[in-house]
Design a protein around this ligand. Structure first.
Ligand SMILES: [Zn+2]
Length: 188
């Protein structure tokens, strides 16, 4: 991949050392640290939204595989924002491969369809995940208004980091709600 080198690359390098395999699926429904560092480089910053996208994308992909979905998977997301990049990285459904469509209606909802047999799954965020996402955004705004090395800012940034790491590593069922939709209901 031809990507810009970002300041976070040192961190990504450290994270890559702890990754044992190349598979993006850890087996417990969580994206691996390698996937998150790939996402950080692709997306350009760390945020709750892109993490949400990775969680939604991977959970939906695994659920659709388990449901026996065949053929190419195509995604539809209902908001034009940061989660799209997480979906592209984690589910492999991208604009470029024409497997991702966006319908702007301010909803964090991913619908993944198996083109072979038209199996459809829908992934949404749990209330807890959504609330933590909003909280991290508010804390981020507060932190930015403070001097860079003030202890108050450092404290807020630590709190934000804690939220991100929960969003990245909490069991899938605590972050994502999966619904199996019957044929034809997913497109809306
Ligand atoms: Zn973002």
């Amino acid at each position: 991949m031809n990507i810009k080198i970002l300041p976070c690359v040192a961190f990504a390098g450290v994270m890559a050392l702890v990754v044992m395999g190349t598979n993006s699926y850890a087996g417990d429904g969580n994206p691996t640290p390698a996937l998150f560092s790939q996402l950080e480089t692709f997306h350009g910053h760390v945020c709750a939204g892109s993490i949400f996208g990775a969680r939604l994308g991977l959970a939906a992909k695994e659920a659709l595989k388990e449901a026996g979905g065949t053929g190419k998977f195509t995604a539809r997301y209902y908001d034009l924002s940061c989660p799209l990049d997480g979906i592209q990285v984690a589910a492999g459904t991208t604009y470029g491969n024409r497997a991702l469509a966006v319908q702007e209606q301010d909803e964090h909802r991913l619908v993944l369809t198996a083109s072979g047999n038209k199996r459809v799954v829908e992934a949404r965020l749990t209330k807890k995940a959504e609330e933590l996402g909003l909280k991290s955004r508010d804390l981020g705004k507060k932190a930015k208004a403070l001097p860079a090395d003030s202890s108050e800012r450092v404290k807020l940034e630590r709190e934000i980091e804690d939220i991100y790491s929960w969003l990245k590593t909490a069991p899938t069922g605590e972050v994502v709600k999966i619904t199996h939709l019957s044929n034809g209901k997913g497109g809306r």
